[in-house]
Design a binder for this molecule. Structure first.
Ligand code: GCB
Length: 610
């Protein structure tokens, strides 16, 4: 009887684990790039599996949920003898680059949505006094991960990192990891079926095998306290067996070397008075060498210190009012086109933003990579970071909410030490309804509970009443900024008539416009009233500056968008050809006329806000 009871509990737990949005993962390790790592990036063999032959048996049960757990492609089986039937082979299959999306690496996969299996072999030399984590920067969208034929777990969400504890699961010598990546869109996911960007599939960010001591520094936060330029605050969190330790925070250049004792759960709260430091800003992107050490582990990071607050309609960076000269960006290199693959691509994008004289970027519409945010730290660009709660989410589904919250938390956990990040955005253009308001209010509260040192925002809904563009979305009450997308001159009105419209903003908060813009086919020239021409886009920008200058609380903007990007929603055969052409830079890397109009506006704003 007793035994049956525990078997039932076990079964219930297993069912719950499989029913959830993710399982098998452990808490994200802070600063993965600062650990001892084996990179598993490189050429991975892959098998395209539209019918999921490698996942389901003929009864449509997942192989990995059958008693033997065997039979799936993750076995990486080879025929035992010449009579043996095996209908797949990773060894003989093609390979592609990881990190990388599959769409840009095979013409056959350009529009593919479904399952692709990936396999990588690697050598390991596991030590008994170490712990090991298999870390993925991102896999779009659902990833099932197997090590040496055994399931490690599953993760949902295409843009956030996840990891599995593989201590005791590695072999000395050759190992193999198999990933089932599935980018099928679903209504109940985050994002949902409908977006305006390419659904790039695959293992799109770095894969690493991290080695840490048995008791290791799992997480930490060291930032200036909310609105306080004279005190660093945060925590250090240990994980492992020796949780009570003395930990030291050492910032030699700032003359800081302070000890703290972790409690029984391995946590120490940090509070350090600051005498004289050089504050991080776009003009002075100063990063300090920060060393956190305990008796069993040590980790080094580069962290900048700055405060960000709002006061009335001002945004204060280090106590001084700032105008955010921004631009929106997708995580896409227009020249390939495909997802950004590494630092070279990322530098190119951020360098273009610098050439526009930006001090700020909106990393739309989902978490960009950790490397991108670290580069923004280094290059002196403030960041609006976002989660893909975009358009028509399933507001009433509690699992959908959990998924959104998980993605938000994982982004915030990952980037909380990045001085560049000043805004957590909880979503974009979500149509107002009661269920949406409840969902979004809860998400805003979650963001605030995780971090009180940054602003919380979203691209709000707008509506038009005659010639007024009205912003009164109730979500605005919960946020620090009034941000919204307005397409005067493009989705309503035109490049000249747009000047008859004005804004009616019902909040007394800093206004930071998240989007405006127009499509222009690079190299297509006509008069400024002809749609798709560079001249139309340029005039629209100039007229936007006139309209926006009438907003007293205007404190920044991120026009849409730095570069043209691929989108299945853009079928016009000549002007679009499945590209959203609102870029200021074309897919050949050529700057359009509006690029220079925006730069001139930002040059002026820089002088005005000095
Ligand atoms: C928007 C969306 C953005 C689109 C853009 C457009 O409001 O936020 O994702 O790409 O408009 O071009 O229509």
């Amino acid at each position: 009887m007793k035994r049956n009871f525990s078997v039932n509990i076990l079964l219930a737990c297993l069912l719950l684990a499989f029913a959830g949005t993710a399982f098998g993962q452990t808490t994200l390790i802070q600063n993965i790039y600062g650990r001892t790592n084996l990179s598993l990036d490189g050429r991975w063999n892959y098998i395209v599996d539209p019918y999921e032959l490698g996942y389901y048996n003929y009864r449509h049960q997942p192989f990995d949920q059958t008693p033997s757990g065997k039979g799936g492609f993750y076995d990486d089986k080879k025929p035992d003898n010449k009579t043996d039937l095996v209908e797949y082979s990773f060894d003989l299959s093609q390979n592609m680059n990881v990190p990388g999306d599959w769409n840009s690496q095979s013409t056959k996969l350009e529009v593919y949505e479904g399952t692709v299996w990936f396999r990588q072999k690697f050598n390991a030399d596991p030590k008994t006094d170490k712990k090991y984590f298999l870390y993925f920067g991102a896999v779009n969208y659902e990833a099932h991960v197997y090590l040496n034929g055994k399931k490690l777990g599953m993760h949902k969400g295409g843009f956030t990192p996840f990891q599995f504890d593989v201590t005791g699961k590695l072999k000395a010598g050759e190992n193999f990891v198999v990933v089932k990546a599935d980018n099928t869109r679903h209504q109940d996911d985050i994002p949902t079926v409908n977006t305006d960007w390419w659904n790039y599939g695959g293992i799109t960010r770095d894969v690493m095998l991290a080695e840490v001591p048995v008791t290791y520094i799992a997480d930490y936060k060291i930032q200036l306290a909310k609105g306080n330029m004279n005190r660093l605050e945060g925590f250090v969190q240990l994980a492992g067996t020796e949780l009570g330790q003395q930990v030291t925070v050492n910032i030699p250049e700032a003359g800081i070397n302070q000890k703290f004792t972790t409690d029984a759960s391995g946590r120490a709260f940090i509070s350090i008075p600051v005498k004289k430091i050089s504050y991080w800003s776009p003009e002075n992107p100063k990063l300090y060498h920060v060393e956190i050490s305990g008796s069993t582990d040590k980790v080094i990071d580069r962290i900048g210190f700055r405060t960000i607050e709002t006061k009335g309609q001002d945004i204060l960076l280090n106590g001084k009012s700032i105008f955010l000269r921004g631009i929106s960006l997708h995580d896409e290199n227009p020249l390939i086109p495909g997802r950004l693959r590494g630092q070279g691509d990322m530098r190119m994008m951020l360098q273009w933003a610098k050439e526009l004289n930006c001090n700020y970027v909106r990393l739309a519409h989902y978490p960009h990579s950790e490397e991108m945010v670290r580069l923004a730290d280094e290059m002196g660009l403030l960041v609006w970071a976002e989660v893909p709660v975009y358009w028509t989410i399933s507001w009433l589904n509690t699992e959908t909410y959990q998924n959104a919250e998980q993605q938000l938390s994982d982004l915030m956990i990952r980037d909380k030490n990045r001085s560049s990040v000043i805004v957590w955005s909880i979503g974009n253009e979500t149509p107002i309804s009661d269920p949406r308001n409840i969902f979004m209010n809860k998400l805003a509260a979650k963001a605030r509970s995780l971090d009180d040192t940054r602003l919380v925002a979203a691209a709000l809904e707008v509506h038009r009443k005659d010639k007024d563009i009205v912003i009164e979305d109730p979500l605005g009450d919960k946020l620090d900024l009034v941000s919204f997308n307005e397409y005067a001159g493009w989705y309503f009105s035109n490049s000249t008539d747009m000047l008859n419209y004005k804004f009616d903003i019902r909040f007394n908060k800093p206004v930071v416009i998240t989007e405006f813009g127009a499509d222009a086919l690079g190299g297509f020239h006509a008069d400024a009233e002809t749609r798709w021409s560079e001249e139309y886009q340029e005039l629209l920008y100039k007229n936007q500056f006139k309209m926006l200058s009438a907003i007293t609380g205007l404190r920044g903007m991120t026009p849409w968008i730095l570069t043209d990007f691929r989108s299945p929603r853009r079928p016009h055969p000549y002007y679009q050809d499945y590209w959203n052409r609102k870029g200021l830079i074309s897919e050949t890397g050529k700057k359009k006329k509006a690029f220079f109009a925006l730069k001139a506006f930002y040059d002026d704003m820089q002088i005005k806000f000095k």
